[in-house]
Design a protein around this ligand. Structure first.
Ligand code: GLU
Length: 395
């Protein structure tokens, strides 16, 4: 047999999806697992949204739609962006996709040629690196350490630019770090993008989930220049607890939106019609549920940070957004825990799962070796028990 494509042969499968799959497998086998691995809201999808999906089926709204989504949904998204961030998009600039991940991939396919460089701040969400490679680009990873709040500085961005750099990939609020950039920090980054004429892909999937004094400043809202070079990514998965419905979107300047529309027409055809009907209700229906869920995450976040920082041998910075935090487990390296010698964060994760049935994601998957990611989109009871088990494990 002839070989598979080079990219298929070298592709790293998603570590977050792998943790999810392991947890589901263990549970199916009757084992109790406390999962803080894959990022998925524990709340059910709000009832009004589910009803809109059911109604779509009952009314026969079960056929193809235009490739980039229905005009109604695209208009509702444009309206939401105007109301939430003062952004001015026409419905034709909104491209609805099968999840945010797909919007990222298709945008990268439309912007990159073979060998174009993409500056990717680390720690980064697992799928960015491989999505860039799948689209033919070359990820250029620049590490933003914990001491600078896991945020890339404008100087670091500028130092990483080469004649091949085409795009800067920003995730704000950040997964797995929970970092949220201030307006000033974003303006400094935007100035570098302008200076070197870079496209920006700004993934703001967790934009509704910010805490304390943090505010989400949407990158394209910074200036006309930022708007003209940015593809904004968002969706319903996190804000409306709709991960399984698979609806994401991109908001982009017209030529990019048109290119993405062409890509979708030749690949997925369209996102599911039923999910689009539900997403329409999510964006245009009552929004108070989003705030209720945010407050729930905030409560868990505070508890988690306090408990973790009171434990001997682990620590974490205070996340300002999303529903993740990185735990520094470097003091645990070299120890033997749960009968296993802990050489790295992957060993730590596996030993914790085996010994205590607590699932977290190894930091190495996010290019953050020495850390593990804890997702706090779980009930308070589960978090309390998970922390008790973690404490026992490292003791
Ligand atoms: N985005 C979530 C995470 O980081 C869900 C899984 C995935 O798509 O990676 O865990």
């Amino acid at each position: 047999m002839r070989p598979l494509s080079k990219i298929a042969a070298s592709l790293k499968p998603s570590a977050t999806m792998a943790v999810n799959a392991t947890v589901k497998q263990m549970r199916a086998a009757g084992e109790e697992v406390f999962s803080f691995g894959g990022g998925e809201p524990d709340w059910p999808t709000p009832d009004n949204i589910c009803q809109a999906g059911i109604q779509a089926i009952q009314e026969g709204f079960t056929k193809y739609t235009p490739a980039s989504g229905t005009t109604e949904l695209r208009s509702a998204i444009a309206e939401r962006l105007r109301a939430d961030y003062g952004l001015d998009y026409e419905s034709g600039q909104i491209i609805v996709t099968s999840g945010g991940k797909h919007a990222i991939y298709v945008a990268l396919c439309c912007l990159l040629d073979q060998g174009d460089e993409v500056i990717l701040p680390a720690p980064y969400w697992v799928s960015y690196h491989e999505a860039v490679r799948m689209a033919g680009g070359t990820p250029v990873v620049v590490y933003a350490p914990e001491e600078q709040g896991f945020k890339l500085t404008a100087n670091q961005l500028e130092a990483a630019v080469t004649p091949r750099t085409k795009l800067f990939l920003l995730n704000n609020p950040g997964n797995p770090t929970g970092a949220v950039y201030t307006r000033e920090e974003l303006e400094a980054l935007a100035a570098v993008c302008k200076k070197f004429d870079l496209y920006v892909l700004s993934d703001e999937m967790y934009g509704k989930l910010v805490y304390d004094d943090a505010e989400l400043v949407s990158f394209p809202s910074l200036s006309q220049d930022a708007y003209s070079r940015t593809v904004l990514i968002n969706g319903v998965s996190k804000a409306y607890a709709m991960t399984g419905w698979r609806i994401g979107y991109a908001a982009a300047p017209k030529p990019i939106a048109a290119a993405m529309d062409g890509y979708l027409s030749q690949s997925t055809g369209a996102p599911p019609s039923i999910s689009q009907a539900a997403a329409l209700e999510a964006f245009s229906g009552p929004q108070d549920v989003v705030e209720r869920m945010r407050r729930g995450y905030d409560e868990r976040r505070k508890y988690l940070v306090e408990r973790l920082n009171s434990m001997e041998g682990v620590s974490c910075s205070v996340p300002k957004g999303a529903f993740y935090l990185l735990i520094d487990v470097r003091p645990q390296l070299g120890r033997t825990l749960g009968g296993r010698k802990i050489e790295n964060d992957t060993d730590f994760t596996q030993a914790l799962l085996e010994a205590e049935h607590v699932a977290v994601t190894p930091g190495v998957a996010f290019d953050a070796p020495g850390y593990v990611r804890w997702c706090y989109a779980s009930s308070m009871e589960e978090i309390v028990e998970g922390l008790n088990r973690l404490e026992r494990f490292i003791r």
